[in-house]
Design a binder for this molecule. Structure first.
Ligand code: FMN
Length: 185
């Protein structure tokens, strides 16, 4: 087995905005991340992903929209401060969207699976480049259609936060042992 490949897969983890350092990632790296996302496998080559990228200039618009959707015009001061802090620490936020093909052609679960594979490619590319990232799926993503200019056959499946980090604390997650997940037949 290729050791580098194993290392990257096993090093992949969620790194959250609060752990980012606020530095901005070069757009060329973001393009590389998206390029790799676009190589994911798809049934009938529908490539059902669509990415809406917010950078250091546009991310404030997304923060405003999230706050509006969550709280209307009565936004609690601490909620606003917390979200702005999170966004300031983040370099880019990619809205992960699904673009459905003809429903008779491919079931939705297959296209969601394909989008998820494209996200895994982004996640692994970030890991290989020592960038932090994670997939966030708050309830309000179902209401982002107008803001993101989504068509009827498109929907948002979450936000992919990407940022640089300095050092990470060690973390132990209680993940099940692989032997609980497999049956050799
Ligand atoms: C489809 C999907 C949606 C997720 N949504 C959230 C979320 O809304 N909030 C969150 O804290 N983590 C979210 N995560 C990240 C998981 O919490 C994280 O992957 C899990 O805790 C395992 O940690 P690891 O990624 O470090 O292995 C999501 C992950 C996936 C795959």
């Amino acid at each position: 087995m290729n050791n580098l490949f194993n290392k990257i897969i096993r090093k992949r983890r969620s790194i959250f905005p609060i752990q980012f350092n606020g530095e901005i990632i070069d757009d060329s790296i973001i393009n590389e991340i998206i390029f790799n996302a676009n190589t994911a496998p798809t049934h009938k080559i529908t490539q059902p992903w669509l990415f809406k990228i917010f950078n250091s200039l546009s991310k404030i618009k997304l923060a405003d929209e999230i706050l509006r959707l969550k709280f209307g015009n009565k936004i609690p001061k601490n909620e606003k401060e917390n979200l702005i802090k999170k966004f300031n620490l983040t370099s880019h936020i990619i809205c992960i969207c699904l673009e459905r093909s003809d429903e008779k052609l491919i079931p939705e679960w297959e296209e969601i699976a394909a989008v998820s594979m494209s996200v895994q490619n982004m996640w692994l590319t970030c890991t290989a480049n020592n960038l932090g990232c994670y997939w966030s799926s708050p309830k309000i993503i179902s209401e982002l259609g107008a803001f993101l200019n989504l068509k009827n056959n498109q929907k948002c499946l979450g936000f992919f936060y990407i940022g640089k980090y300095n050092e990470l604390p060690k973390r132990i997650l209680n993940k099940k042992d692989v032997n609980e997940k497999v049956e050799w037949i």
